[in-house]
Design a protein around this ligand. Structure first.
Ligand code: HEC
Length: 395
C-alpha cells in the first residue's frame, strides 16, 4: 500500500518539478514588474528591481568592489570619504564615478579595467552611497506610480511632487478627484474597457448558448451542415475582416462607437462559443430533456430551466476566456474605437511610447489593468472544479 503511494509519488515527481519550474519562470518576471511598479521613478531608472528587496540596496555590490580600500562605511580614505554627504553630492550620475575609476592616484590606477563593476553595478553602488550617506532620503517604495498612471501624469518627477512645486502639466488641476477623469489617464480607459468588455462577453454567451441548444435539441433541416459551417468559421482570421468591416461601419455610422466593438467581438466570439456549448449541451442526458418535453415543457423552459443551469461550468470557462480576450485586446480597439475612446491597452501603449523608459508608469498601469481579470478569474475558478451535474439530478 505504502509502496504503491511512494511509486505514484515518484512517477508524478517530474511533472511536479516541471510545473513548479514553469510557474517560477513566469512568476519571477511578474514579481519584478510588481516591485518596479512601487519604486520611485529615480530608482527604477537607475537600478534593478532586485536591489530594492535587499536590506541595503546596492550594498553587496559596493562590498564586492570598493570596500577593500574605502572601508565598509566608505570612510577609510580621508581624502575620499564616501560616507560624506558633501562629497557624494558631487556625483550625480554613475557615469561620473566611472570616469573617476579611470584616474590614477599616486601612480596607481584607481581600478584596473578588468576588475571594474559594470554600468548597472555602478548605478547600484551610487544609489547605495547616496542612501547611506543620507543624501538620498527618498522612501524605497511609493504609491506615486499608481497615482501618476491613474491621472495620466507623465512628467519627470511625480504628480504629487510637481503639484507641490506648482509645475504640473496644463491639463491637470492638482485636484485628484477632478484629475482622475483626465482622458489621458487610466481611470477613463478602465471605464471604457469595462463598457467594451461586459457586453462583448455576455452577448456571445447568451447567443452561443441559445444556438447551441437549438443545434442540440431542436430538429430542423440542414442542422449538421449549418453547424459544420459555423465550426469552419472559427478559422477566419480576424485581421482579414478589419478593412471590410471598418468600411461597413463607416457607412453605418458605427465607427468609434461601443456598439461597433460589441458587434465585432460578438461575431468573432460566437463560432467558438456555439461549438463549445453545443458539445456541452448536446452531451447532457437525453432522458432529462425527453421527460421534460413529456411533462409539457416548451423549448424555452427546457433551455432556461435545464440546459442553462446544467451548463454552468462550460459557460463559466467560456466567460473567462472571452472576457480575458476582449479585456486584453488592442487591435480591435485600436481599429474600431481609435484614440477617441481609449481603452486600457491603448493607454498603456501610449505611456510607453511617449516616454521611452517610463517603466514605472508601464508597470503600474500593467498591474492596474490586471486587477479585474485576476478578480474575475478567482471568482469564477470554482466553476472549473465544481462537479458537472452535482446536485442538479436527483436519484
Ligand atoms: C585599490 C583601492 C581602491 C578601490 C578598490 C577603490 N578605490 Fe576609490 N579611491 C582609492 C584611492 C587611493 C583614492 C584617492 C584618494 C585621494 O584622493 O588621495 C580613491 C578616490 C575615490 C573617489 C574620489 C575621487 C575624487 O574626486 O577625489 C571616488 C568617488 C572613489 N574613489 C570611488 C570608488 C568606488 C565607487 C569604488 C568601487 C567601485 C572605488 N573607489 C574603489 C582607492 C580605491
Amino acid at each position: 500500500m505504502n509502496w504503491q503511494r511512494l511509486r505514484t509519488w515518484f512517477s508524478q515527481l517530474p511533472t511536479h518539478v516541471i510545473i513548479i519550474g514553469l510557474s517560477l519562470f513566469w512568476l519571477i518576471p511578474t514579481l519584478g514588474l510588481l516591485v518596479t511598479s512601487f519604486r520611485p521613478v529615480q530608482d527604477a531608472n537607475v537600478s534593478g528591481w532586485w536591489t530594492a528587496l535587499s536590506s541595503a540596496p546596492g550594498g553587496e555590490v559596493y562590498q564586492q568592489y570598493c570596500a577593500d580600500c574605502h572601508g565598509a562605511d566608505g570612510a577609510a580614505i580621508l581624502a575620499a570619504d564616501l560616507s560624506d554627504p558633501d562629497f557624494v553630492t558631487n556625483y550625480r550620475r554613475s557615469l561620473q564615478i566611472r570616469v573617476t575609476l579611470d584616474d590614477e592616484y599616486n601612480g596607481v590606477v584607481h581600478m584596473a579595467e578588468e576588475t571594474r563593476p559594470s554600468d548597472q553595478e555602478l548605478a547600484d553602488i551610487l544609489a547605495f552611497l547616496r542612501r547611506s550617506s543620507g543624501v538620498e532620503t527618498r522612501p524605497r517604495f511609493t504609491l506615486n506610480n499608481y497615482v501618476d498612471a491613474i491621472v495620466g501624469y507623465r512628467g519627470t518627477s511625480s504628480y504629487q511632487a510637481s503639484c507641490e512645486e506648482g509645475t504640473q502639466s496644463p491639463d491637470l488641476t492638482c485636484n485628484f478627484i477632478a484629475d482622475i477623469n483626465n482622458p489621458r489617464g487610466m481611470w477613463q480607459a478602465f471605464l471604457n474597457t469595462l463598457i467594451v468588455t461586459l457586453p462583448a462577453t455576455i452577448l456571445p454567451l447568451i447567443f452561443g448558448a441559445l444556438a447551441a441548444y437549438a443545434f442540440s435539441w431542436i430538429e430542423f433541416r440542414g442542422r449538421m451542415v449549418l453547424f459544420a459551417l459555423l465550426v469552419g468559421l472559427q478559422i477566419v482570421p480576424l485581421q482579414m475582416t478589419l478593412v471590410p468591416i471598418s468600411r461597413l461601419y463607416n457607412q453605418l455610422g458605427l465607427s468609434a462607437t461601443f456598439t461597433g466593438v460589441w458587434l465585432f467581438h460578438t461575431g468573432f466570439g460566437l463560432p467558438y462559443a456555439i461549438y463549445l456549448m453545443r458539445n456541452f449541451i448536446g452531451a447532457l442526458p437525453k432522458d432529462l430533456f425527453e421527460s421534460a418535453y413529456l411533462d409539457g415543457a416548451t423549448h424555452w423552459t427546457a433551455f432556461w430551466r435545464l440546459a442553462l443551469p446544467l451548463s454552468m461550468p462550460a459557460l463559466a470557462s467560456l466567460a473567462i476566456f472571452q472576457f480575458l480576450w476582449v479585456w486584453n485586446d488592442l487591435l480591435v480597439a485600436l481599429v474600431f474605437l481609435t484614440g477617441r475612446k481609449p481603452v486600457l491597452t491603448y493607454q498603456i501603449n501610449n505611456l510607453v511610447q511617449s516616454l521611452g523608459g517610463g517603466w514605472h508608469l508601464l508597470t503600474a498601469s500593467a498591474f492596474l489593468s490586471m486587477l479585474l481579470p485576476l478578480i474575475v478569474f478567482f471568482a469564477f475558478q470554482r466553476y472549473f472544479v465544481r462537479g458537472l451535474l452535482a446536485g442538479s439530478v436527483k436519484g
